[in-house]
Design a protein around this ligand. Structure first.
Ligand SMILES: [Zn+2]
Length: 359
């Protein structure tokens, strides 16, 4: 299995499972980067090609809505069709970047179950035409609900997804912080045991979901969305190790049977990232850091060329500013910012130089 190679492009089904396996066996994880439009999707694929790393591209519900355009007045339809448009974009172009691309969606809480189901309607249609789904995997995050509801709904949705070769990411335990209004506030004075996944819950999920299909688990081990002052919550990757050990012992599996996901990777200590990866984390979500990486060079450019953003032609010396205010000029700087930031992420996660794509 360690010598598996895949064709460049969007990977789904068995190929996605092989990619996850290759990452875990190879001791590395893939960055999962949130995108909101073609600039960010293309930048993420370019970054992966530059790093010779495979990559996970993901959209939140509001990212998908933004992708479709804020001018579509029916917000729900925009969230669905934006997700479809982004996936179709990747299906068309990913192979030309020469790496494997996983298409994923991010947090969907209870209120967003209809979003998942509408995307599956589209995924099923696409599957009938192309023999593969639009998305490799969706995330269903019912961690704020009672565990029986969380797992019951996860099983129901996974049954449907397995029929079109899709994987499901679930969440157990609550990731702190907030991402697109989803997630939860944490208060250090409060009992923060709910910020840490219970291995017994992970075992219950494995017993229920493993017979149905391929799934991954976002486990909470003190990780927090966003970048905050350090020291609020302590990262405890040993929770991941304990969950793996419990499943392995009770189910008689091999090492690291669970496919684990690290949310809130932005701003994490590099040693804790490496430790988490050694316990079977194959996907680390990055959003905040790549947003900043895109915006920072744009801000610098506007600051340095202030007049070009006020006048088409300089009122004093007649200099034309077209080549400065052409949006491609500064959007490209944002893209380059993402490409650079993700080189560091691929290095931290060990995925640099490890793409399994072969033409
Ligand atoms: Zn998250």
């Amino acid at each position: 299995m360690s010598n598996t190679t895949l064709k460049p492009g969007v990977v789904t089904g068995e190929d996605y499972a092989s990619l996850v396996h290759a990452a875990k066996m190879g001791g590395y994880a893939l960055p999962a980067v949130n995108v909101t439009g073609t600039n960010t999707i293309n930048a993420v694929m370019e970054a992966a090609a530059t790093a010779n790393s495979d990559i996970i591209i993901q959209l939140s519900n509001s990212g998908a809505q933004f992708y479709a355009g804020r001018g579509i007045s029916d917000g729900f339809t925009a969230k669905v069709m934006g997700a479809v448009a982004a996936a179709q974009h990747a299906h068309l172009l990913a192979e030309y970047y020469g790496i494997c691309v996983v298409m994923h969606t991010d947090h969907a809480n209870r209120a967003l179950i209809p979003w998942i189901e509408a995307m599956l309607d589209e995924g099923e249609k696409y599957y009938q035409q192309h023999g593969k789904p639009l998305y490799s995997s969706h995330m269903l995050d019912l961690s704020a609900d009672p565990i029986d509801f969380n797992l019951g709904e996860s099983a129901r949705i996974l049954e449907r997804m397995a029929k079109i070769d899709m994987s499901l990411e679930i969440e157990l335990g609550v990731t702190g912080g907030e991402e697109d209004g989803i997630g939860s506030d944490f208060d250090e004075a409060e009992d923060n045991s709910r910020l840490y996944t219970q291995p017994a819950d992970v075992l219950q999920a494995y017993e229920l979901l493993n017979p149905i299909g391929h799934f991954s688990v976002a486990a909470s081990f003190g990780n927090v969305h966003g970048v905050y002052k350090p020291g609020n919550v302590k990262l405890r990757p040993e929770i991941l190790k304990n969950s793996q050990a419990l499943v392995q012992q009770t189910q008689g599996t091999g090492d690291n049977p669970l496919h684990l996901v690290f949310h809130g990777g932005s701003g994490s200590e590099k040693s804790k990232i490496a430790e988490a990866v050694s316990y079977g984390v194959f996907k680390m979500n990055i959003d905040t850091d790549t947003q900043f990486a895109f915006s920072q060079p744009v801000g610098r450019f506007i600051e340095e060329n202030e007049k070009a953003f006020k006048y088409q032609v300089d009122p004093e010396d007649g200099t034309p500013y077209k080549k400065f205010y052409d949006p491609r000029k500064y959007l490209r700087l944002g893209e380059e910012g993402i490409v650079a930031r993700l080189q560091e992420a691929c290095k931290d996660l060990g995925s640099k130089g490890r793409s399994i794509a072969r033409s």
